[in-house]
Design a protein around this ligand. Structure first.
Ligand code: BDR
Ligand code: CA
Length: 314
């Protein structure tokens, strides 16, 4: 069982990832830090609250994450991909009122699950960097591993020619996470772009009312698919970046990693947010002991099968 403290910015693929995590018997979600990214922090919180209510999991604390990047720049949101409210055509009911828990809860959770906690970050890295800045390096060693969706290595980005949205959104925070944290597993865009789910799979997982999330899945997926079509990414199917990060966590045997120290351009020029790692052949003694684990490839059939199985759990 993986005890997971989740950092996210839902967002459509984040929402599907939250559903996947809540349904998956291998995952125990112990808290969700909702931050800005795809939508504002306030909207992300509302969306998390809605998903937790649907799941009957109001016992999971929602922790107040960051509202903007460390640079102080104004946060940029992506309604064209995720919809104004972040769930495509779905509006979370306004009647849902959840008390946000203070950021301090992150440290309580780390203490409670010392050495038995995984952090999964599928949003901007700001809140995680703040945990480091407040708690310090030694403190974060109590976390077993950090699994982060972000970066685009050796391929085009999705928000600039060279940068992916999570790392571009707060490059200072992302660079800090990659350089200061230990046991970091990165699932970058060049891999998650291939974690595509097709309409056929969506038909299958919505063919019956399997669980309380089923009615949401098709409308939000259709919205996301149309958005991707408009962007003309040349991708068949729609990539579920954040779902893939969870799949990689619980199915490590299906994912191939390379160990390299990664970093992010913190120059506020056209390289902003670019992910950098030296992929040239290296002997094992050249690779730093605490290098990041960067996903390179995965078993696509296993991904589709696992996603279908988990999303149809009753
Ligand atoms: C990442 O950015 C967000 O738009 C998605 O939710 C994902 O986490 C992909 O670049
Ligand atoms: Ca995300």
């Amino acid at each position: 069982m993986y005890n997971v403290l989740l950092f996210g910015d839902p967002g459509i693929d984040d929402s599907l990832a939250i559903m996947y995590a809540l349904l998956n018997p291998k995952i125990n979600v112990v808290g969700i830090v909702s931050g800005y990214g795809n939508v504002s922090q306030q909207q992300a919180t509302q969306n998390v609250a809605y998903l937790l209510q649907l799941a009957g999991r109001e016992d999971i604390p929602i922790i107040a994450g960051a509202r903007g990047p460390l640079s102080g720049e104004i946060a940029v949101f992506y309604p064209e991909i995720h919809g104004e409210e972040g769930l495509g055509p779905i509006r979370p009911p306004e009647t849902i009122q959840r008390e946000l828990v203070n950021f301090d809860e992150v440290f309580k959770i780390i203490d409670n699950y010392e050495n038995n906690l995984i952090v999964v970050d599928v949003g901007r890295s700001t809140s995680l960097a703040i945990a480091y800045l407040l708690g310090g390096e030694e403190y974060l060693r109590k976390v077993k591993a950090f699994h982060c969706m972000g970066g685009a290595f050796l391929v085009p980005g999705n928000v600039t020619p060279v940068a992916e949205a999570n790392f571009h959104g707060d490059p200072i925070a992302a660079n800090l996470v990659l350089n200061k944290f230990k046991n970091v597993f990165i699932t970058p865009l060049n891999v998650t772009n291939h974690a595509k789910i097709t309409q056929e799979t969506i038909q299958q997982i919505t063919s019956q009312p399997f669980n309380s999330f089923t009615p949401l899945i098709k409308p939000i997926f259709d919205y996301y698919t149309n958005a991707y079509k408009k962007l003309d990414h040349g991708l068949a199917g729609s990539p579920l970046h954040d779902v893939f990060t969870f799949f990689a966590l619980v199915n490590p045997e299906q994912v191939q990693y390379v160990e390299r120290q990664a970093s992010v351009s913190i120059n506020f020029d056209k390289t902003k947010g670019e992910s950098i790692a030296d992929f040239r052949a290296q002997s094992s003694d050249q690779i730093a002991e605490d290098a990041d684990h960067i996903a390179l490839s995965f078993n696509y059939q296993a991904f589709v099968k696992d996603f279908t199985t988990v999303m149809t759990i009753r």
